[in-house]
Design a protein around this ligand. Structure first.
Ligand code: ATP
Length: 323
């Protein structure tokens, strides 16, 4: 299977056109020294189908911003091609299909949040009525009403990011690109971001979020693209064969002792008087384990399946490539 075939994801099999399709994408920058060059992206081929939230993960300098900028049509590739919703990147149709949120959004400081939104809605060619309606809708969706008529100059980074997200959502894009969106957000801001992005995904949009802290993306993304030194190291939610997940079960202490055969064919990793950790292959195994325990008379008080640790996978992949 070619790298191109492997690098495919997305939730909608029947979608005729990929949201992103790039082939042999390479970007070489001129370095700071005379005649030096930096290869930020090296022959990346990738196809993204609709309806997913994808985490674009890699250490500093891996090429994440370069990739997002190429998809957004902000820079030219040195080699290769990119199509967004079937249109060449940089075409008007491609630009209309996407919203892009840079790492550190900047706005004219004397504009209010509402003013920024109206300005961008006008650039999208909306009618006077639609401009006002869109501004109101987005201020409500992003819970920014309180800040609507305040000058952006006084906004925290988190509020500016929220405003940038509102701007990116003006035309209900099919593809949303976010470069390190949780930088500068406090924990409440991260929860809010999750809420908003989940809503956006439910509307059918595809979202790509870059981060060098993969743990932040857990419970939000369904697939991952790992980038390292400008190349895709691993793609997709599939984990290496033999992966196990940890199922934690809490129970009342006065029940029967849990024997190995009660759990078979599953294996217990840790046991205590009130807690058991079982190695399972995934969520499909949870009912089997719970049924076996209930049949054996165990009085369960809590069940939790630990998600695969993206952070650990990322560090392992990074170390393998660096050694
Ligand atoms: P970070 O997590 O630090 O934002 P990143 O994964 O987004 O990093 P990029 O910003 O895409 O990585 O950079 C990839 C490589 O390209 C780095 O070595 C960077 O120094 C280099 N680079 C990026 N932009 C330019 C530019 N305009 N001119 C020269 N080199 C650049």
């Amino acid at each position: 299977m070619s790298a191109y075939d492997e690098a495919t994801t997305g939730g909608c099999e029947s979608e005729p056109v990929s949201v992103i399709e790039c082939r042999g994408l390479t970007k070489v920058y001129h370095g700071s020294g005379h005649g030096t060059q930096v290869c930020a992206l090296d022959d990346v081929s990738l196809r993204v189908n609709s309806g997913t939230i994808i985490g674009l993960i890699g250490p500093n300098g891996a090429g994440k911003t370069t990739f997002l900028s190429l998809v957004a049509g902000l820079i030219f590739p040195t080699q290769g091609s990119i199509r967004v919703c079937g249109h060449p990147a940089r075409s008007l149709e491609a630009r209309r299909s996407l919203g892009y949120i840079p790492e550190s959004p900047v706005f004219l400081s004397r504009y209010t949040a509402r003013g920024v939104l109206k300005h961008h809605a006008a650039l999208h060619g909306l009618s006077r009525r639609a401009i006002a309606d869109q501004a109101d809708r987005l201020l409500a969706q992003l819970r920014m009403e309180e800040y609507a008529d305040r000058a952006v100059g006084g906004f925290s980074l988190g509020m500016r990011q929220r405003l940038a997200l509102a701007v990116a959502l003006i035309d209900s894009p099919r593809l949303l690109l976010l470069d390190e969106p949780s930088n500068g957000l406090d924990p409440i801001g991260v929860i809010e971001l999750r809420r908003i992005l989940t809503e956006v995904r439910q509307s059918g949009a595809t979202i790509i979020i870059s981060s060098h802290r993969p743990g932040e993306l857990e419970r939000l993304t369904s697939d991952y693209v790992f980038l390292h030194q400008g190349r895709i190291v691993q793609f997709g939610s599939e984990e290496p064969a033999g992966r196990i997940e940890r199922l934690q079960i809490e129970f009342l202490p006065e029940g029967p002792r849990v024997e190995e055969q009660t759990l078979a064919p599953y294996r217990s990793l840790e046991t205590s008087e009130t807690k058991l950790t079982v190695a399972v292959g995934g969520v499909q195994d949870v009912p089997n384990v719970v049924n076996s325990l209930v049949k054996a008379g165990v009085r369960i008080t809590g069940v939790m399946l630990e998600r695969p640790d993206v952070e650990r996978t990322f560090v392992r992949l990074y170390e393998e490539r660096s050694s």
